[in-house]
Write a protein that binds this ligand. Structure first.
Ligand code: GLC
Length: 795
C-alpha cells in the first residue's frame, strides 16, 4: 500500500538531487538541460503553458497519460525568446517568463509584470548534514530516492490554494497535505485526506497573480502545502520521473480554460440530466418505484430521473434484474417514460465469482481473461455486494469494448443513464458485513494493454476514470441518437470527459451540508463542472429543517440528486410535512425555471471549462475577501447564493463584492463591497443578482421534456451587462452538426432608462414559436414574438 512507502520515507534516506546545468539543447518547443546525467526538459506548449519533466537518467521514458488529451505535438507553435546568460536561461512568451537557473538547475516563473510564481526553492534541510553525499546538493529543488521523486516550490506569503479535485474541509487548502490516491473514504469528514477522486491539479492565487499546476502522474502522489515546512510546497510522486504542467492565468477562468484544453471538458449533457434526480438505497421493487413516480406527479413536484440502487439486480449480479422484485423492467421503464421519467441504474465493477452458476458476465470474463490477475498469474478476488467477486481490467481496450457491450440489454429496455459506484475500487478482504478491512489489487498486479507493461501502482487511480469511460461508450452504442448520463464516484484528472461526479457517502449532518459547497467548488476549480452531493445526506437521518435547507442549496448543485442509505428514514420531499414539501416544491420550481440559464452554463463548461458552480474568487480574483469565503457561491456569472447551514438560524452575514447587487427576492439594491445581514427564514435562501444580469427563465414544468419552451422570460437587472444564451434540442447529438443557436443580450443604462438589446440569433437551430417576455426588474415588462431578429427595447 502507498502508506507503506510513506513510512519508509520517514527513514529519511537522502535525496539525490538535480545538479548544475552542463549544457542546453533546443528544438522548436523543447529545451533540454543536461545536468551531468540527469536531465530537465521544458516544453513550451502555449504562451501560458509549459511542461516540466525531470529524469534522473539521460532519457525520458515515453509514457501514456490517461489524463492528458492534447499531447505536446498537438499544441500550435508558440513564439518565444530564449536568452542565455552565465547564470540562467530565460524563456519569454507573451504571457510568462521562465527562468532556468544553472547552479543548481531550478525553474522560476514570472508574470509579464515581473511578479514571481511557482519558484523552485531549495530542498528540505538535510537532517543528516554530518554525512554529506556527492549526489545531494541542499540548494537543489528536485530530488529522488527509493521509488520516489519530488520537487520543492516557494509559497508566497499571500498565496492561497484551490482545486485538488474532490476535497473536504473549507475552500483554501494552504497548510494542508493532499494525497492523490483513490479510496472508498467511508465516513469522511473535514480532516479526510484521500478521497474517491484523485485529481492532482491545483491553482494558486494571490492578487494579480494566479497559476495552475497539473502533476501528470497517476502513481501515488502528494502535495504538501506548507505543512512540513512553512512557506514550502512539496510535490512528490512514487515514480521515477517528475512531470508537471504550469499554467499561468492570472485569472482562474484562464487557468481552467488551459487546464481543460489539456485534460478535456464535459460533454453537453441531455437537458433532463439537469432536472431533479431522486435516489435511495433502494427503491427496491417495481411497485415502490411506480408509487414514487406517481407521488411526484400527484404532488406537482418536478422530477426527471429515478435512480435504481443495487437491489434491482439478481443477487447483486451486475447486468441482471431481480426476477422477483423487477419482473418486468421493460414495462416499468416504458410506463415511467410515458410519465416523463428517465431511469439510471447502478453498475458496480465487482462481478460475482460464480464458476458453477449461470452467469454469463462471469463466464465470459473468465474465458476471455478480462479480470485482474495478481503478479503470479492467479485471478484476484475480493468481497463486495455479491460476496466473492472479480474485477474487469478497464485499462484494456478489449475489456472496455466487452463491458460496454454488456450495457446493451439495459439501454434496449430504456435505461438512459449509468451510475458507476465502488470504482476506487472498493474491495473488502472478507465477506461484506464480516469486517470493514479493505484490500486492493496488489500494486504489482499487471494491468492495461500487455505492451504497456504497467502495474496497479500506476493503474489504481485510473480505475474509476476508465470504468466511467466504458459506461459512456456502452451508452453511446446503445443510445446512438440520444445523449446519456453517467455518474461516477471515483475518477482521475479528465473524469469530466465522461461523467458527472457526486461526492459519495456524505452524512445527514449540518457540517456536511456546509462542506458540500466548498467540495463542489473545488471540484469545479479542478475542471469537473458537472457535480453534486447527496441532498439530505446519505448516511443518517435529516431533520425537516435540514432537509429544507439542503433542498434550497441543492437547487444550486449542477447535478441535483437526493439520496439516502439503507435503513435510514425516508428522504423524499414530502416526508417532512407540508411546510417542507412546499419549500422543496418552490425551490425545485425555481431550478426548473432556471434551466435555460443552467443549460447555457453547461455549454460554457463544455466549450471553455468554466465551472457551473463557482466560489466568489472565480469572478473576483483580486478581492482577498473572497479567498476564504466558502459559504457563498455563484451559479454562473450572475446569481449569488448565501445559503443557511445551521439549525435555527434566520439571519446571516453576506458579503457583496464590488459593484451593484440586487436581492433576488425583494429587488432591493446594494452597493458593494459591503457586508449585509440577510433575513433568511426557513422558506428563504438568500439569493442575489449582479447589476446587468440577464437571466433566461422557463415556465415551471414537471419534467424537462414535458413541452417545448413556449415562452421565455428574460429577467433583467438594471446595470451594464452582456450575456449569450445557448439553445439546441436538448437531447440529441445534432448540435455537433451545427443544430444549435446562440443569442446575445445586452443591457445598459440610458439616463433614467434601461436599454435592452437583442442581437440576431446565430446558428441553425430554431426554437419553437414562442413569446419572449423581457422583465426589467423594478421597471416593467415588454413582450415580443421571437423571430430571431435583433431588436432594442428601452424602458
Ligand atoms: C455506496 C454508494 C452509495 C450506494 C451504496 C449501495 O455506499 O456510495 O451511494 O447507495 O453504495 O449501492
Amino acid at each position: 500500500m502507498p502508506q507503506y512507502f510513506g513510512q519508509l520515507q520517514t527513514l529519511e534516506q537522502l535525496w539525490s538531487t538535480l545538479g548544475d546545468v552542463q549544457s542546453v539543447h533546443q528544438d522548436s518547443r523543447h529545451i533540454r538541460f543536461e545536468c551531468n546525467g540527469p536531465i530537465l526538459v521544458l516544453s513550451i506548449l502555449a504562451d501560458n503553458l509549459i511542461r516540466v519533466r525531470v529524469s534522473p537518467t539521460e532519457t525520458l521514458k515515453p509514457r501514456k497519460s490517461y489524463a492528458v488529451t492534447q499531447p505536446d505535438e498537438e499544441w500550435s507553435a508558440v513564439d518565444y525568446q530564449l536568452n542565455e546568460t552565465e547564470e540562467a536561461v530565460e524563456i519569454t512568451t507573451s504571457r510568462m517568463r521562465v527562468r532556468v537557473q544553472r547552479h543548481p538547475c531550478q525553474v522560476q516563473c514570472f508574470t509579464p509584470e515581473g511578479q514571481p510564481f511557482a519558484q523552485d526553492t531549495p530542498i528540505a534541510p538535510n537532517p543528516h548534514e554530518e554525512f554529506p553525499s556527492p549526489n545531494h546538493n541542499p540548494q537543489a529543488s528536485v530530488g529522488w530516492r527509493l521509488n520516489s521523486i519530488a520537487t520543492w516550490k516557494h509559497i508566497e506569503a499571500d498565496e492561497h490554494f484551490y482545486g485538488f479535485g474532490e476535497r473536504t474541509g473549507l475552500l483554501d487548502k494552504r497548510s494542508e497535505i493532499k494525497t492523490n490516491w483513490t479510496v472508498d473514504c467511508l465516513d469522511y469528514g473535514n480532516l479526510t485526506d484521500n478521497m474517491y477522486q484523485a485529481i492532482p491539479f491545483f491553482m494558486a492565487l494571490r492578487p494579480q497573480v494566479g497559476y495552475g499546476l497539473f502533476f501528470n502522474t497517476s502513481f501515488w502522489s502528494q502535495f504538501d502545502i506548507g505543512v512540513s515546512q512553512p512557506g514550502v510546497l512539496r510535490l512528490e510522486a512514487q515514480t521515477n520521473e517528475l512531470d508537471y504542467y504550469l499554467i499561468y492565468g492570472p485569472e482562474p477562468a484562464q487557468i481552467l480554460q488551459t487546464y481543460t484544453q489539456l485534460t478535456g471538458r464535459m460533454p453537453l449533457p441531455p437537458k433532463w440530466a439537469l432536472g431533479y434526480h431522486q435516489c435511495r438505497w433502494s427503491y427496491e421493487s417495481e411497485d415502490i418505484v411506480r408509487k414514487l413516480a406517481q407521488e411526484f406527479r400527484d404532488r406537482q413536484i418536478p422530477c426527471d430521473v429515478i435512480h435504481l440502487d443495487i437491489d434491482y439486480m439478481r443477487g447483486y449480479r451486475v447486468f441482471t434484474w431481480s426476477p422477483k422484485r423487477f419482473p418486468n423492467p421493460k414495462q416499468l421503464l416504458g410506463d415511467l417514460a410515458e410519465d416523463g421519467f428517465k431511469v439510471v441504474t447502478i453498475i458496480d465493477p465487482g462481478v460475482k465469482y460464480e464458476p458453477e452458476g449461470d452467469y454469463s458476465v462471469f463466464d465470459e470474463g473468465v474465458q476471455r481473461d478480462y479480470f485482474v490477475r495478481k503478479a503470479d498469474g492467479q485471478l484476484f478476488h475480493g468481497y463486495v455486494w455479491p460476496d466473492k467477486a472479480v474485477f474487469p481490467d478497464f485499462l484494456r481496450g478489449e475489456v472496455r469494448d466487452w463491458w460496454a457491450q454488456q450495457h446493451k440489454d439495459l439501454t434496449e429496455i430504456g435505461v438512459a443513464g449509468i451510475w458507476n459506484d465502488m470504482n476506487e475500487p472498493a474491495i473488502a478482504l472478507r465477506p461484506f458485513g464480516d469486517s470493514h478491512e479493505k484490500i486492493d489489487f496488489p500494486l504489482d498486479s499487471p494491468v492495461g494493454e500487455p505492451d504497456e507493461g504497467i502495474t496497479h501502482a500506476e493503474g489504481h487511480n485510473l480505475y474509476g476514470l476508465m470504468m466511467a469511460k466504458t459506461a459512456l461508450q456502452g451508452l453511446k452504442q446503445g443510445r446512438s441518437q440520444e445523449r446519456s448520463f453517467v455518474l461516477t464516484r471515483s475518477g482521475f484528472a479528465g473524469i469530466q470527459r465522461y461523467s458527472a461526479v457526486w461526492t459519495g457517502d456524505n452524512q445527514s449532518l449540518w457540517d456536511h451540508l456546509e462542506m458540500s459547497m466548498p467540495m463542489l467548488c473545488n471540484l469545479g476549480l479542478s475542471g469537473v463542472a458537472f457535480v453534486g452531493a447527496d441532498i439530505g445526506g446519505f448516511a443518517g437521518n435529516a431533520t425537516a429543517e435540514m432537509f429544507a435547507r439542503w433542498m434550497q442549496l441543492g437547487m444550486l448543485y449542477p447535478m441535483m440528486r437526493a439520496h439516502s442509505a439503507l435503513s435510514t428514514a425516508q428522504h423524499e420531499p414530502w416526508v417532512f410535512g407540508e411546510e417542507v414539501e412546499q419549500i422543496c416544491r418552490e425551490y425545485l420550481n425555481l431550478r426548473y425555471q432556471l434551466l435555460p440559464y443552467i443549460y447555457t452554463l453547461c455549454w460554457e463548461a463544455s466549450t471553455t471549462g468554466a465551472p457551473i458552480l463557482r466560489p466568489l474568487l472565480y469572478h473576483f480574483p483580486n478581492d482577498t475577501h473572497t479567498y476564504t469565503l466558502h459559504d457563498q457561491v455563484m451559479l454562473g456569472p450572475w446569481l449569488m447564493a448565501a445559503p443557511v447551514y445551521h439549525p435555527g438560524v434566520e439571519y446571516r452575514a453576506v458579503y457583496l463584492p464590488a459593484g451593484e447587487w440586487y436581492d433576488w427576492h425583494s429587488g432591493e439594491s446594494y452597493q458593494g463591497p459591503t457586508h449585509i445581514l440577510a433575513h433568511a427564514p426557513i422558506e428563504r435562501m438568500p439569493l442575489y443578482v449582479r447589476a446587468g444580469a440577464i437571466i433566461p427563465m422557463a415556465p415551471v414544468k414537471q419534467y424537462v421534456d414535458k413541452q417545448p419552451l413556449e415562452s421565455l422570460t428574460l429577467r433583467v437587472w438594471p446595470g451594464e451587462g452582456e450575456w449569450t444564451m445557448y439553445e439546441d434540442d436538448g437531447h440529441s447529438f445534432e448540435y455537433q452538426q451545427g443544430a444549435f443557436s446562440t443569442t446575445t443580450y445586452r443591457v445598459s443604462r440610458e439616463g433614467e432608462k434601461v436599454r435592452f438589446e437583442v442581437s440576431a440569433r446565430q446558428g441553425e437551430w430554431k426554437p419553437p414559436q414562442r413569446e419572449v417576455v423581457v422583465e426589467v426588474v423594478g421597471v416593467g415588462e415588454q413582450r415580443f414574438s421571437d423571430d430571431g431578429s435583433d431588436r432594442t427595447i428601452v424602458s
